[in-house]
Design a protein around this ligand. Structure first.
Ligand code: GGG
Length: 359
């Protein structure tokens, strides 16, 4: 039996409701595929911040370092400014553990209605590859003259050749395992230094992949194409901010934020990688037991894949697909009345005997 040590950070809001369902499903996969998990809970959240002044303890990164992976729910809650919660927990982990790839698949599944008229399952199937270490999410800048009429803020974007090349290369390698097409999200008409540089790096890396189709769109028209022609895309690579925005749009066109998983990967495996749904803590529905746990559960499948447990990963994915395609158990965001735990239980039950495709 293989065993894995997983650090669990449920975080805030619906994170506390969907993570237990993810664990329930991964435990079911463990029983079927002879895997054992040790789940260690870390109660790091906005509530912790309000009690201690820190989202995580000073030695938080040291505490997480020995784990095989990190399974996170959501970060952010009213009462704590969003930049405090994000920069106090999620971003230090992504950066400290060199999780420079943020992988965010968007696939329209059987049984799910896209808000885009006439789109059927399988027609939308792309992956956002988001640069996760620099770009617009930068600590370079500052504030001056606070609370005066001269109050001002400066925020610098950082684009390095090393980080651009490695994320673009990752996108091309991924495309080779899919439909061999990479689209770059740019804005080199308006952002006059960073984005022409991004385009140069995209052009340079794309030359190394003559077998992969490469194209690029300015982010404004790209968002329009996501709505009008989502079937045009396979792998879409973008900067930290563009990738973040595009992945919420991707989730929306495939039916719900509750269906969008993500992986923050340290591809070199020097550090634990982190798996979390794309969605946030959703304070408007938190505490009601109605959040869709699929994004969290699917992020668990991505974690299994990264750990090398490919059969178990496939089983979790197939269980999700089967429940969404065939079952009346569905949460409100996708047209049903089921609770978070009913949905988790239905997927966990399916994991034990669902057919697993070999690929
Ligand atoms: N599930 C993780 C979460 O809570 N994300 C909220 C969020 O605002 N994330 C910003 C980001 O991914 O950069």
């Amino acid at each position: 039996m293989k065993s894995y040590k997983i650090a669990v950070i449920e975080g805030d809001g619906i994170g506390r409701e969907v993570v237990p369902e993810g664990i329930r499903v991964l435990e079911a996969a463990g029983r079927r595929f002879d895997l054992s998990f040790t789940w260690q809970q870390f109660d790091w959240s906005c509530e912790t911040f309000l009690k201690t002044g820190h989202m995580m303890p000073e030695n938080g990164m040291e505490q997480l370092r020995p784990f095989d992976a990190i399974y996170l729910g959501a970060v952010g809650y009213p009462g704590v400014a969003d930049h405090i919660s994000l920069w106090g927990l999620l971003i230090p982990i992504r950066r400290g553990f060199r999780e420079y790839v943020n992988l965010r698949p968007a696939r329209l599944l059987e049984g799910i209605a896209s808000p885009l008229a006439g789109r059927r399952a399988g027609e939308i199937d792309f992956v956002i590859v988001r640069e996760n270490s620099e770009g617009e999410y930068s600590e370079v800048g500052g504030r001056m003259n606070r609370n005066t009429e001269f109050d001002m803020a400066v925020q610098e974007s950082i684009f390095t050749r090393r980080a651009c090349d490695r994320i673009i290369t990752y996108a091309f390698e991924l495309a080779r395992t899919r439909k061999k097409h990479v689209t770059s999200a740019t804005k080199s008409n308006g952002i006059v230094y960073a984005m022409p540089f991004w385009d140069e790096r995209f052009a340079a890396v794309s030359k190394l992949y003559p077998d992969v189709k490469a194209d690029q769109f300015h982010i404004d028209i790209l968002t329009a194409h996501f709505v009008a022609h989502p079937d045009w895309f396979d792998v879409v690579v973008g900067s930290n901010l563009f990738g973040d925005i595009l992945s919420d749009l991707g989730a929306a066109v495939v039916g719900s934020m509750g269906l969008a998983p993500s992986a923050n990967l340290n591809p070199e495996r020097e550090y634990p990688s982190l798996f979390e749904p794309v969605h946030g803590s959703a304070p408007d529905i938190a505490g009601k037991g109605i959040a869709n746990p699929v994004a969290q559960i699917w992020s668990g499948a991505m974690m299994l894949e990264h750990l090398g447990e490919k059969q178990a990963a496939r089983a979790v994915e197939q269980a999700i697909f089967r429940v969404l395609a065939n079952s009346y158990v569905r949460t409100r965001d996708i047209g049903g009345k089921a609770s978070t735990s009913e949905m988790g239980a239905a997927i966990a039950a399916e994991v034990s005997d669902v057919a697993v495709p070999t690929r």
